[in-house]
Each structure stands twice: as structure tokens, then as C-alpha cells.
Unconditional design. Structure first.
Length: 353
């Protein structure tokens, strides 16, 4: 058995010194040959010959195993055709953010992409910059464990490999990071409001099913286009819907229900409504819930709703909270059809207050 282990280690080492990886076919042949040699070793009576056979089987097994792991790791890399593309991703902040003068860096675990045709590595290193060309963008207050929806530009992990220097690309590979991404803010554009609202509803539908929450959508603006940051308006809705889901967690005497609506609010205005039938929000709290660092939840940080208000106001709109009848809270977001800002200062916020 020791000869097999030594051969296995030798096979792994040999693979690591190879310039290229074997094809899938060669890996399969190597694994099959290793099994055949191992079976033959069990029938060999001569100790020296058995040792040689076990070492050979271990060598082939180690080489095939290491090659398989390497192929599996590298298969998660970004496709060349997708490098430089802007993609909307949803995921979790995995590491403590590193803040610097131009922004913040952190590792991001991608749960899904809004643009399904793009294959994004599950782990990326994300740099969120304040902006370029004199246009400054607010950087979100990211914290470990938070879920964000962000529009990012993807690229392959590259780094210097000078002799004796730090190999950044190899270090990223060791960390399981198979892609880099950067975020620099997002210009406003025209988009169909109800389509964007429907994407948010679809994004959170599975969570609502798990929480036993019924979602009713009443989208009355199928032809209405607005000029705004699509991702930021969607993030506001994500914040409001997640707050509603959390508010309903303690409801047990009636069906948990959320109504998501889009309605006209005037010749050049649209209105989004999120209504739940939870316990509601006290009048005194309704005056303060949009203040930074104020939260009605035991473990809330009071950031999500304050940033949501900043996003809405930067678009020239307003957000307010009132009581819903007979139970719950109603959040109303009123937006102009055309934003007052060509580039919206606040960036996407996290998914809860």
C-alpha cells in the first residue's frame, strides 16, 4: 500500500509540473489502466513485481485524479466571448471588504445571473469603484453575508508572474476565484417598467414559496417606458419586498400575502406599490424608517431603506410608508417617467434594511 501511495503522490506531482492538461479521453484511459494494473497486482505473487505494479497503479491514479480536479477547477472560468461584457449578477459578499481611496474590493459568490445566456464563475473578485471621467458614484456599504444585485464588467484573472515575485493569478486560483469583475456605476437608460418589476418578482418567488408567502402582481403599465437606472430601481423593489417578507415571518393567524403593483400616477409619473398584511409599522416609526442607521428590527442595520430613499430621490421621485388596511404596511414609490439625472449617484443597495 505504501508503494501505491508513493506512486499516487508522484502522479500528482508530475501533473503539476506539466505544461498542459490531458484531454478527458486520456484521463479516462489513465484511470482505466490504473484499475487494470491494480487488479493485476492483487494476483502477482512476487513481492518486487507487486511493489512495481502498485507503484505504477498509484502513479496513474494520482495523475488522473489531479488532472480531473484541475479540469473541474478550470472549467468554471469565464468564457472568452463574455470577457468585457456588462452582466447583472445576484450573489453573496464572501469576505471582509477592503476599502481604498477609489472604492472597495471583496470576493463575491455568484448565485445566479439575470442574463441567463452568460456563464459566470461561481466565485469572482469584485472591485467597486467610485467612478471615472469626473463622474463620482456612491459605493455601497457592503458587509460579509449580504446579498446584492449588481451590474458588473467581467474579465479573466490576470496577474504578473515575474521570477521571484508574487504570482497574483496563481494566488486567485488557490482561492477558487476564476473571474474578476469591476463596477463603476450605471448610466440611466430607457426600459419597460413592468418587465423590470416582473424580473424582481421572479427573482424572489422561490424565497417567498419557502416562507409560505403569497405574491400577487398587478402590473398595469405594460407599455410604459421610463428613463432611469434599471438595476437601481430593481434594487429598491428587492429591498421593499424582502422587508415585507421579514415582516410576515411572525404572522400565523392569516395567510401571508404581498401585493406588488405598478400604476399610473399622472401624465409623467409612475407609481410602484408594495403592500403586505403583516403587523404593520407604528406611526412614530414610519417617520424615521428611512433615516440612516434606524431600524425597527432587532438585528437590522437601518441601511437598506435609507439607501432606497437616496436612489428614489436621485431619480427625482419620492418614497413613503403608510398603513395598509386592515393589516400591514404600504410602501409607495413615485417616479418621473424621465429621470432628472443622466447618471444616478447612489449605487445598488443590499437586499435588506
Amino acid at each position: 500500500m505504501r508503494s501505491f501511495i508513493l506512486g499516487f503522490v508522484a502522479g500528482v506531482t508530475y501533473l503539476q509540473t506539466s505544461a498542459t492538461l490531458p484531454t478527458s479521453g486520456r484521463m479516462a484511459i489513465g484511470a482505466a489502466t490504473a484499475l487494470f494494473v491494480l487488479a493485476c497486482a492483487a494476483m502477482i505473487r512476487s513481492p518486487p513485481a507487486r511493489i512495481i505494479a502498485l507503484a505504477a497503479a498509484g502513479l496513474l491514479s494520482g495523475y488522473a485524479w489531479a488532472a480531473f480536479l484541475a479540469q473541474a477547477t478550470l472549467s468554471a472560468e469565464l468564457a472568452r466571448r463574455d470577457e468585457g461584457r456588462d452582466v447583472r449578477v445576484v450573489g453573496i459578499v464572501e469576505t471582509l471588504p477592503y476599502r481604498f481611496d477609489q472604492g472597495v474590493r471583496f470576493d463575491f459568490r455568484v448565485e445566479r445571473t439575470i442574463d441567463d445566456q452568460v456563464r459566470v464563475p461561481s466565485h469572482i473578485a469584485l472591485s467597486w469603484y467610485q467612478g471615472r471621467y469626473g463622474i463620482r458614484q456612491a459605493v455601497g456599504d457592503v458587509q460579509p453575508g449580504q446579498r446584492w444585485q449588481l451590474t458588473v464588467r467581467l474579465q479573466h484573472p490576470h496577474g504578473n508572474a515575474n521570477p521571484g515575485g508574487f504570482d497574483y493569478e496563481a494566488w486567485l486560483l488557490e482561492q477558487g476565484v476564476r473571474g474578476l469583475a469591476r463596477r463603476e456605476g450605471e448610466a440611466a437608460s430607457m426600459f419597460a417598467l413592468d418587465t423590470a418589476v416582473g424580473e424582481v418578482a421572479q427573482l424572489l418567488r422561490a424565497l417567498m414559496v419557502r416562507q409560505n408567502v403569497q405574491l400577487e402582481t398587478r402590473l398595469l403599465l405594460p407599455e410604459r417606458q421610463i428613463h432611469a437606472s434599471r438595476a437601481q430601481i430593481q434594487q429598491v423593489l428587492i429591498n421593499l419586498l424582502l422587508n415585507a417578507i421579514e415582516a410576515l415571518a411572525g404572522v400565523s393567524d392569516r395567510p401571508r400575502r404581498i401585493v406588488l403593483e405598478s400604476v399610473p400616477a399622472g401624465p409623467a409619473l409612475v407609481e410602484l406599490r408594495v403592500r403586505d398584511n403583516g403587523p404593520g409599522i407604528a406611526p412614530a416609526d414610519r417617520e424615521r424608517i428611512f433615516d440612516a442607521l434606524y431600524s425597527t428590527k432587532a438585528h437590522g442595520t437601518g441601511v437598506g431603506l435609507s439607501i432606497s430613499r437616496a436612489i428614489v430621490e436621485a431619480h427625482g421621485g419620492r418614497i413613503e410608508c403608510t398603513a395598509a388596511e386592515p393589516h400591514g404596511a404600504l410602501f409607495r414609490v413615485v417616479l418621473p417617467v424621465r429621470s432628472i439625472a443622466s447618471v444616478v449617484p447612489p449605487s445598488e443597495s443590499r437586499d435588506h434594511a
